[in-house]
Write a protein that binds this ligand. Structure first.
Ligand SMILES: [Zn+2]
Length: 107
């Protein structure tokens, strides 16, 4: 299975699965087992998440105007989809970057 390059030590240490849950630039990310650096998904991933959540927000508003029945179920399904889609995209696209957080060890 393909591993992703750690932005700190340039070793291929981060698996697809770990990358999917590494979070965005402002999260603590995944700790590289080789050097201990915190890897997160980069800028493109953060932009993608923002667009995706905005799309879902708009879809919920449109739904509430057109057909307010089952709005809560509809919203929960969309948020579930959002979670799955964003994890899948993080797993398959985007580069890893160093975390922007300064309260964790950045190295
Ligand atoms: Zn590393």
């Amino acid at each position: 299975m393909k591993k992703f390059k750690c932005p700190y030590c340039n070793e291929n240490t981060v698996s697809r699965f770990r990358k999917a849950f590494a979070g965005s630039l402002k999260s603590k990310g995944y700790k590289c087992p080789n050097c201990g650096g915190r890897c997160v998904n980069g800028r493109e991933s953060t932009v993608f998440h923002a667009i995706l959540s905005l799309t879902i927000f708009i879809a919920i508003i449109i739904k509430s105007y057109k057909d307010p029945n089952n709005l809560i179920t509809f919203s929960l399904v969309l948020f579930g989809l959002y979670f799955i889609i964003s994890r899948v995209f993080d797993a398959f696209f985007f580069e890893l970057e160093k975390t922007w957080r300064i309260d964790v060890n950045r190295k």
